[in-house]
Write a protein that binds this ligand. Structure first.
Ligand code: COA
Length: 567
């Protein structure tokens, strides 16, 4: 008859109701001794519960999301081979997570029922006197050479009792080793990457007696239940895998860990690592949202989800032959205080569009200066007249819109789009011009339709109305569609030349900066002229450099002498 063993959740220290984040085996599955069965994760530690012996899994009584405590039934194991004959390894008492404190002076009696020998409470020196404790790695089961993935304190740091000092991580569990008492850290002996075993020195703690000289209580987590410590071997072994540390009840208050560098392991529990491994995710690129920046399973999921949705912006980039390496995640908090501010919807959308254009379109920016001395004089006089008669205020923008539209008649490839297959140009028989509008929620591009058939006053009126709608967040979708060319006017703000990003599938965009009076040589003398910087970005797949240069020169002529617009 097959020998069976009921597998139960082992002693997990003072924890109760710990969520099951993963069930690693299925009904009928054969497992090796020590093969992980389930993964528990509290907010402080991750723990795999392994099979106490080789066998076949039956009657799984746990599912993801269950909350379990010590003794909770996991499954039954139909023991195989040797395990059937040989009694299972004696149960290990739960490892004592608190650092071993070697008190130079006799430590006061620990509450016997709650404190195993290895986790003696910190010594409490006489009131006001200081004393030094040597803090060592506690019993971490049969593990040795466990990598230190984080050192959370520095020499001279004041720590509270139970404050984590270092984090160890084996392939089975992550464990914070807390201070056994409050004190000042001295003579720190470990660094990230060191490999530690039980009894290895961590640091010294300079402790000061409290006013009432009460002996420091043992850290709660340092005291595995007596029952566990004294528990004999049973068929459901409480801690069947030698050295699997228990969940630790600590109070992580240290700053977020440093991002993974060449020498640094990303801060994540074994389950997260396993999950990341299965998906081929490099944890070094995953920002952690857990305590002190710990990477959680959900962080990996979010990371993957984000990557999967990126094709909307990068598939075409890939089509363009990019294969762009991601920008590494940086833990900015290590440089100073930070806060996370969600992006407005418009900003997120425009970020996508801009990125898409930037990676798809080979951009070239051609610059020039247009003489708008006459335009400005005309604009000012006309603006007064228009406003006096209840019309719109006249800015430079409607003149630019009209001039661009007229220039596009002469240079129709600026009024074209590349066909998706890249085999032809789609030439447009209409002219709609978009203009970038700065709004509190980000950049939007309202589109003025049919510019060829509109006068400057009408363009002024429509652009002002659309700009207002944009700022009020009231633009309708069709008011942002159908553009053939865009203008980004920063002239009201300042600056000179810049490189606007083509609003693909349009092929050109005109950046306009603040006009300034400049001395311009007229052949016999310098004349003060109002010169407006123009920056024309274009899609070099569609537009040749010479064509673009001719376009911008022509545009300058149109702006410089408005009579040309009537021709
Ligand atoms: N040179 C000198 N002065 C200029 C100018 C230029 N190129 N362009 C505008 N001005 C002047 C205007 O004539 C106006 O002057 P006035 O008050 O004496 O009449 C003043 O600057 C303010 O103009 P502005 O409010 O910018 O109106 P506009 O019609 O020129 O522009 C928008 C309207 C919507 C384009 C503008 O408000 C805006 O949002 N610009 C930002 C666009 C942007 O963010 N682009 C970046 C995209 S990446």
């Amino acid at each position: 008859m097959a020998n069976t063993m009921d597998v139960k959740v082992p002693d997990i220290g003072n924890y109760a109701d710990v969520p099951v984040i993963e069930v690693l085996v299925a009904e009928g599955e054969s497992v090796e001794a020590e093969q992980p069965l389930i993964v528990l994760e509290s907010d402080k530690a991750t723990l795999e519960v392994p099979a106490p012996a080789a066998g076949v899994v039956h009657g799984i009584k746990i599912k993801v999301g269950d909350k379990v405590s010590e003794g909770h039934a996991v499954c039954t194991l139909e023991l195989a081979g040797e395990a059937e004959a040989a009694p299972a390894e004696p149960a290990r008492p739960a490892a004592a997570p608190a650092a071993v404190a070697e008190a130079p002076t006799p430590a006061p009696e620990a509450p016997a029922a709650a404190t195993p020998p290895v986790s003696a409470p910190a010594a409490a020196p006489a009131s006001g006197a200081t004393s030094t404790l040597d803090v060592r790695v506690p019993d971490i089961g049969n593990y040795s050479d466990v990598p230190v993935i984080e050192v959370l304190v520095a020499d001279g740091d004041a720590v509270e009792a139970e404050q984590p000092l270092i984090v160890l991580e084996s392939d089975k569990a992550t464990l914070e080793v807390p201070a056994p008492a409050a004190g000042i850290v001295r003579g720190l002996k470990v660094k990230a990457g060191d490999k530690l075993s039980e009894g290895n020195p961590i640091c010294s703690l300079e402790t000061t007696a409290t006013a009432d000289a009460t002996p420091a209580a043992p850290a709660p987590a340092a005291a595995p239940p007596v029952a566990a410590a004294a528990k004999p071997s049973t068929e459901s072994q409480p801690w069947p895998v030698p050295g699997t540390p228990p969940l630790v009840d600590t109070q992580p208050i240290a700053p977020p860990p440093k991002p993974a560098g060449p020498e640094q392991v990303p801060y994540a529990g074994p389950a997260t690592r396993k999950f990341a491994r299965e998906l081929g995710v490099d944890l070094a690129q995953v920002p952690g949202t857990g305590p002190r920046g710990r990477i959680l399973v959900e962080d990996v999921q979010t990371f993957v989800k984000n990557r999967m949705t990126q094709p909307a912006t990068t598939t075409s980039a890939a089509a363009g032959g990019s294969g762009i390496p991601p920008i590494p995640a940086i833990d900015f908090s290590k440089f100073g205080p930070i806060e996370s501010k969600p992006l407005a919807r418009i900003r997120k959308l425009s970020a996508q569009f801009l990125h898409r254009s930037w990676v798809n379109v080979p951009h070239v920016t051609q610059t020039d200066e247009a003489d708008i001395t006459e335009l400005e004089a005309f604009r000012k006089s006309m603006s007064q007249e228009l406003v006096a008669s209840g019309g719109p205020k006249l800015t430079v923008l409607p003149f630019l819109i009209k001039a661009v539209a007229v220039a596009m008649r002469t240079y129709p490839e600026f009024n074209a789009s590349l066909a998706p297959d890249g085999e032809s140009l789609i030439m447009k028989g209409y002219c709609n011009i978009g203009f970038a509008a700065d709004t509190p929620n980000g950049l939007v591009v309202p589109v003025i339709k049919d510019v060829w058939n509109k006068g400057i006053a009408q363009l002024a009126e429509e652009s002002a109305a659309l700009a207002k709608k944009a700022r009020d967040g009231k633009l309708k979708p069709d008011e942002m569609q159908g553009g053939c060319f865009s203008i980004s006017s920063l002239g009201g703000i300042g600056g000179s030349f810049f490189t606007p990003i083509v609003n693909a599938p349009e092929v050109g965009i005109l950046g306009v900066s603040k006009a300034q009076m400049k001395p311009v040589w007229d052949g016999s003398a310098f004349q003060p002229r109002l010169m407006c910087p123009l920056s024309l970005s274009y899609d070099h797949r569609v537009i040749d450099g010479a064509y673009a240069a001719r376009f911008i020169v022509h545009l300058g002529q149109l702006i410089g002498d408005l009579r040309r617009l009537a021709l």
